[in-house]
Design a protein around this ligand. Structure first.
Ligand code: NAD
Ligand code: UD1
Length: 338
């Protein structure tokens, strides 16, 4: 297939583009490079032995999208482009709603004009909010707790309304749990700008000497070791989940929701220990106050993805840490080192 991937130079996007190229698809990436480097795609091409095209454009710019669709005639879209920092979304909500929600509307309007009605969308486990029991199941009511999460919820609603209005649409809403790790080559990986918000990129920067120590946010939760538990998923498993969802949409119309997670909770301290094992050295940490807005524990019920897509995670916590570490060690400052 010819697939247009928005946000395809980013962390999850670049790994998915590689998976798609390896599966024989043709790929065009649309990215404004606001949080990524074109070097990621150069390395994807090196790994895949062939290239994805790159259109540097903003998804809110319908004229630019029209030109990309006219030139590359995609048959389906995978939509990663978006802003994703929870704290920042509370400080600048309009930017988040404009970029994520208005950007998605511009993309969907463009798709309609060009007769493309198959889309896989990056949603998040954050849409389950703080009222649901764990594990999270796709049939639960959703209710995000911050502007970032609400952009995902609004986009899910828009896509659901679209699928109801026109049954020709084929829509997959993929709710990611906590993506970590990198391609095992160590050539592509997560390259956060500034201080990492997320756990594993922070641990990795301590391990490589860029930061002094990990602050573990909260050691007094009602969990087995007192620290929060999350459902970590290897980014390559996640990328493969996109390919599986796209295959499914090949012969199913309508709107579909799938959790992409492992179904297992791992604590912050367990993750820290697994990373120490991968590095082979101690990584300094201290227990700090809780981070506002954090939930004690959540993980996926991944049954639906297994039943419908035949997809489940295959990579372990140790592999996530080893692969993440290989990328960080070989590229201490991310793509800037290129
Ligand atoms: P990322 O920031 O690495 O990738 C996003 C890409 O989108 C970047 O390359 C950025 O330059 C691009 N982009 C942003 N706004 C754009 C716009 N207006 N026009 C064109 N390009 C634009 O993030 P990621 O971690 O790869 O996440 C990809 C998607 O998955 C996002 O939608 C994110 O919200 C979602 N998601 C991520 C996580 C996670 O933990 N990483 C978890 C759940 C959901
Ligand atoms: C965060 C986002 C969520 C997003 C997800 C993607 C919040 C409130 N939620 O979730 O919307 O979908 O990332 O991966 O930001 N931790 C530390 N020290 C650190 C960093 C994190 O102890 O320096 C702890 C956190 O308190 C949390 C766990 O590690 O308990 C995981 O944190 P993080 O990687 O930020 O992910 P989430 O909080 O699950």
């Amino acid at each position: 297939m010819r697939i247009l991937v928005t946000g395809g130079t980013g962390y999850i996007g670049s790994h998915t583009v590689l998976t798609l190229l390896e599966a024989g698809h043709d790929v065009v990436v649309v990215d404004n490079l606001s949080n990524s480097s074109p070097e990621a795609l150069r390395r994807v091409a090196e790994l895949a032995g062939r290239q994805a095209a790159l259109v540097q454009a903003d998804i809110t710019d319908e004229a630019a999208l029209d030109a990309a669709f006219a030139e590359h005639t995609p048959e389906a879209v995978i939509h990663f482009a978006g802003l994703k920092a929870v704290g920042e979304s509370a400080a600048i909500p309009l930017d988040y709603y404009f970029n994520n929600v208005a950007g998605t509307i511009a993309l969907l309007r463009t798709m309609e004009r060009h007769g493309v009605r198959t889309i896989v969308f990056s949603s998040s486990a954050t849409v389950y909010g703080d009222r649901n029991p764990i594990p999270y199941v796709e049939t639960m009511d959703i209710g995000a707790m911050n502007p970032y999460g609400r952009t995902k919820e609004h986009i899910e609603d828009i896509l659901t309304d679209l699928g109801t209005a026109d049954p020709a649409w084929r829509i997959a809403l993929l709710r990611y749990f906590n993506p970590v790790g990198a391609h095992p080559s160590g050539r592509i990986g997560e390259d956060p700008q500034g201080i990492p918000n997320n756990l594993v990129p922070f641990i990795a920067q301590v391990a490589v000497g860029r930061r002094e120590k990990l602050m573990v946010f909260g050691g007094d939760y009602d969990t087995p070791d007192g620290t929060c538990q999350r459902d970590f998923i290897h980014v390559v498993d996640l990328a493969e989940g996109h390919a599986a969802a796209l295959d499914y949409l090949g012969d199913h119309d309508g709107v579909h929701r799938w959790n992409l997670g492992s179904g297992t909770g791992t604590s912050v301290l367990e993750m820290h220990h697994a990373f120490e094992k991968a590095v082979g050295e101690p990584i300094p940490y201290e227990i700090a106050p809780r981070r506002p807005g954090d939930l004690p524990a959540f993980w996926a019920d991944p049954t639906a993805a297994l039943t419908d897509l035949g997809w489940s995670t295959t990579r372990t916590i140790d592999q996530m840490c080893q692969d993440h570490w290989r990328w960080q060690k070989n590229n201490p400052h991310g793509y800037q080192d290129a």
